[in-house]
Design a binder for this molecule. Structure first.
Ligand SMILES: Cc1cc2nc3c(=O)[nH]c(=O)nc-3n(C[C@H](O)[C@H](O)[C@H](O)COP(=O)(O)OP(=O)(O)OC[C@H]3O[C@@H](n4cnc5c(N)ncnc54)[C@H](O)[C@@H]3O)c2cc1C
Length: 484
């Protein structure tokens, strides 16, 4: 009885989890463009808006989990407009606790999360800040980049991944390492190269499969985020806001998100309270704060070497972050996290050069401004002073590093993958990473990506391992939604 041969492309968050989950039942080969223990940042050209002042993704074993903060939050399905994607999230829901534990959450995540939301909602309701609801981001205090199981045949520094297709399925995957060429027969292929890598791999697969499709890479969304102002809260609510800002729960910390729903109902944004000292707005300081926050280790130390480091607001953030101590201040920064809808932005390759064409539309900016006015009005009741920039331009916002949307999912003609994350152009290719997330309100994407990875592993096991070990199963036939 042969074990299926599963080829996974990309050793990031999703790819690592899929490998580890399947290695018990299948021969798993992992093909990663980067090195095993070193990350690098591929050069990137921007057509319009830059993503950020820091690197928002990297290539290398562990992928972006080398850079991330491991904050865990689900995407609230009530905020998701598209029915097909809502259904995908529902199917992934049972994997939440397992996913969180693979991401270093100790204990039962769903219990802790539900309790955190209930507690924080009670706090916010008491001071009139829960009009659109409260959500919570949960940070396990200890985490490290993901690694793959030793039983996985992991190949790093791969180049020139190509495919042989027969009968509508990939039969063989070819790749080079240095100047040596290799081939491996595949029962199924999982593309998990992240939103910056997957469009290129999919184009190759679709073209080799004899189809034409322009949509890989289209519909790029991110979370435009930024510090948009300050609030000095009244003495009587100081304890409540301090709890909402950060709550120590032993193995993990919780930060509350004040949900902000747009009048049209299609956008759900969020606001966090972050410690500050002064009430003044300075975009230069906000950008510097984000730069420090998004980097780690030596890079962070190098970035710290600036006069801006001695700004009181920066010192407050550092003390809070590094020492976990709340600065004795009633002044807070407002970190605004905005939702984007799939539109004209895209990720594409010009030859081998990665290009990102990202923009925040005028319509989105207007919605964000309206939500900031709403937030200012809510805060007026609890604040001695509110200094929020409600007329933000796109200069105030940069990438939240939650790159998503570039693999269209659904039943429409232009959609590339179905609800099981299977590529419609091929019988045995699946896509799983941030690129398959179609909507993400204000929610960090890592937990959802991990849930989808575990769900996909279950799907693959059911289809290929069951067929290898038990009775042969017919390949699903094409349906009306399978057009490419
Ligand atoms: C500073 C920072 C902080 C963050 N904090 C959080 C947080 O607190 N919570 C949260 O949920 N999210 C956070 N994120 C986002 C989160 O890290 C990403 O959403 C997530 O890791 C993406 O996972 P992925 O599997 O889609 O892609 P990745 O983890 O990026 O993996 C893609 C992999 O594919 C490889 N690859 C690319 N192209 C190819 C190719 N052609 N062939 C072979 N391999 C290829 C890459 O080298 C990489 O290993 C943060 C991101 C950053 C940058």
């Amino acid at each position: 009885m042969s074990r299926p041969s599963i080829v996974v492309i990309g050793a990031g968050l999703a790819g690592s989890l899929v490998c580890n989950e399947l290695v018990e039942d299948a021969d798993v080969t992992l093909l990663e463009i980067g090195e095993r223990d070193r990350i690098h940042y591929p050069p990137i050209d921007f057509d319009r808006k830059r993503l950020g002042h820091v690197n928002t993704f990297c290539f290398g074993g562990g992928g972006t989990t080398n850079l991330w903060h491991n904050g865990l939050i689900p995407i609230d399905r009530r905020d998701v407009v598209r029915e097909d994607f809502r259904e995908v999230l529902s199917d992934a829901q049972p994997f939440m606790d397992d996913a969180a534990s693979r991401l270093y959450f100790r204990g039962r995540y769903s219990t802790a999360y539900t309790k955190a939301v209930a507690d924080m909602t009670a706090v916010a309701e008491g001071i009139g800040l829960a009009r659109d609801g409260i959500d919570c981001l949960v940070y396990p205090k200890k985490h490290r980049p993901l690694t793959v199981d030793d039983r996985v045949k992991a190949v790093y520094s791969v180049d020139k991944i190509r495919f042989t297709v027969a009968d509508g399925a990939i039969k063989t995957v070819h790749y080079t390492v240095g100047s040596t060429s290799h081939s491996i027969d595949a029962t199924a292929v999982v593309v998990a190269a992240g939103s910056m890598g997957t469009p290129k791999v999919l184009r190759e697969i679709i073209a080799t499969s004899g189809h034409r499709h322009n949509t890989p890479g289209h519909g790029f969304i991110d979370h435009p985020l930024g510090f948009v102002g300050k609030v000095r809260v009244k003495k009587k609510v100081a304890d409540a806001i301090s709890r909402l800002s950060k709550l120590d729960c032993g193995d993990y910390e919780v930060q509350a998100v004040v949900r902000l729903k747009s009048d049209c109902g299609r956008y759900t944004c969020g606001a966090y309270f972050r410690p500050a000292v002064t009430i003044h707005n300075s975009l230069a300081i906000y950008k510097y704060k984000s730069l420090l926050g998004a980097t780690t280790g030596l890079t962070r130390l190098r970035n710290a070497a600036s006069w801006k480091f001695f700004h009181p607001d920066i010192i407050a953030e550092v003390v809070s972050h590094v020492a976990g101590i709340h600065f004795p201040s009633r002044t807070y920064n407002i970190l605004f996290v905005a939702e984007q809808r799939r539109g004209s932005s895209r990720v594409y390759y010009d030859g081998d050069n990665l290009r990102v064409d990202w923009a925040i539309s005028d319509e989105e900016l207007e919605i964000y401004r309206a939500l900031l006015r709403k937030l200012s009005a809510m805060l007026a009741g609890v604040a001695d002073q509110v200094n929020i920039e409600t007329m933000i331009t796109d200069d105030w916002l940069w990438s939240g590093a939650h790159h998503s949307g570039v693999t269209p999912l659904g039943d429409a003609t232009g959609d590339l993958i179905d609800r099981n994350l299977r590529l419609k152009a091929s019988e045995n290719v699946y896509v799983c990473d941030g690129s398959v997330i179609q909507e993400h309100s204000y929610a960090n994407t890592g937990l959802t990506i991990a849930q989808l990875a575990l769900r996909l592993a279950t799907e693959i096991r059911g289809r290929y391992v069951a067929s290898a070990v038990r009775a042969p199963r017919a390949m699903p036939t094409k349906t009306a939604g399978d057009r490419v």
